[in-house]
Write a protein that binds this ligand. Structure first.
Ligand code: BGC
Length: 346
């Protein structure tokens, strides 16, 4: 294992560091202090050809311009909170509205656009970059001083790991996610329709047209949401017109069955032979097929376009605070929060 650190640019005169981690098989993971963001993930195809498989830019300025959370750590609360309101211990809280009538991804200027502190932890068979941030009491309406750690690890087993840790001094909400967008072809001129996606989920969360979960958990049987066997993403793109549950593709949470010894999700590109197997400790995976792309800086010579990548966001169910059965995202003082997601790169 080895790593190098380089300047990724400056913000207000402060150097923003980028780290490149590399294992002995040549897999590389690049991350930056801006948003505790993954900027590159380089892995081989079946012929051994290395390519970057995540949306990212070579320049910090492009990350600052885009608003689609490319590779970022999302928090305090991933996904929408209805009307930005919630109640804890009898207190009503209001987070700023930044998405239609709701708060999305922790509100404006959240974790994704903050400058995190970084440190390196080196082991024989793994290197981690540990990003830390303190979100002050009341930031974006959320109670409690929240000390957050996002740790990215690359190891010799060709795994990439994301660990979130947090402590708070007041009861608060916490539900972070890793907003990396994958395109396993390694060629961002190709769309992801031929990728197959498998998710161990019997029920998905229905959403309104604005993306807010309705609270209803719908059996996947007999629909394009049935990903219990691998299905091409193109099926969801093609049926978007007639299935009004879709929104030009997926932007939906899947409630995980959490079956032991079964992968939570597998994304595969049959042509390149690349695949990523995901196991997470959260109860959901949100699949967002980049349906709204258009305003972000280009990735290639061509304009960025919908379906150019897919985000597979491991988290607790979105808007969990308002729906019984969506899981607990309340963090209490004295509690040590830890959640891990493991991505096996093949
Ligand atoms: C959300 C989408 C949103 C995208 C970029 C996804 O996680 O589910 O609705 O457009 O992030 O903000």
């Amino acid at each position: 294992m080895k790593y190098r650190r380089e300047s990724f640019g400056t913000i207000d005169g402060q150097t923003i560091w980028q780290y490149w981690l590399e294992n002995s098989q040549g897999y590389q993971l690049a991350v930056t202090e801006y948003g505790a963001t993954i900027t590159h993930l380089i892995m081989p195809d079946k012929a051994g050809k290395m390519a970057n498989v995540v949306i990212g830019y070579d320049h910090l300025g492009d990350f600052v311009k885009q608003q689609a959370y490319f590779g970022a750590t999302v928090g305090r609360v991933a996904g929408r909170i209805a009307h930005g309101t919630f109640e804890l211990n009898g207190h009503k809280y209001q987070a700023p509205i930044n998405n239609g009538l709701n708060t999305n991804h922790g509100g404006p200027h959240s974790f994704e656009s903050q400058i995190w502190h970084s440190a390196v932890v080196e082991k024989n068979d793994a290197i981690s970059i540990v990003f830390t941030l303190t979100s002050p009491d009341g930031e974006n309406g959320f109670p409690g001083n929240l000390a957050v750690t996002t740790t990215y690890t690359l190891n010799e087993a060709n795994e990439w790991l994301v660990d979130y840790q947090a402590i708070t001094d007041k009861t608060t909400l916490f539900n972070p996610t890793c907003h990396v967008y994958l395109n396993l072809t390694g060629d961002f001129d190709q769309l992801v329709g031929k990728h197959t996606l498998q998710i161990d989920s019997d029920r998905f969360g229905a959403i309104q047209p604005d993306g807010l979960p309705t609270g209803e958990l719908v059996p996947v049987t007999g629909s394009v949401f049935d990903l219990r066997q691998p299905q091409p993403l193109q099926a969801a793109f093609d049926s978007s017109a007639e299935q009004n549950t879709l929104v030009n593709g997926f932007d939906h949470p899947f409630l995980l069955n959490q079956t032991q010894n079964t992968a939570d999700a597998i994304l595969r590109d049959p042509e390149s032979g690349r695949s990523i197997t995901i196991n997470t400790q959260g109860n959901a995976i949100v699949v967002y097929t980049a349906n709204g792309f258009g305003d972000e800086p280009n990735l290639t010579d061509k304009a960025i376009q919908p379906h150019q990548a897919v985000a597979i966001e491991a988290q607790m169910m979105p808007d969990a605070i308002h729906h019984a059965g969506f899981g607990n995202i309340v963090l209490q003082p004295g509690e040590q929060y830890h959640r891990q997601t493991r991505y096996q790169l093949n």
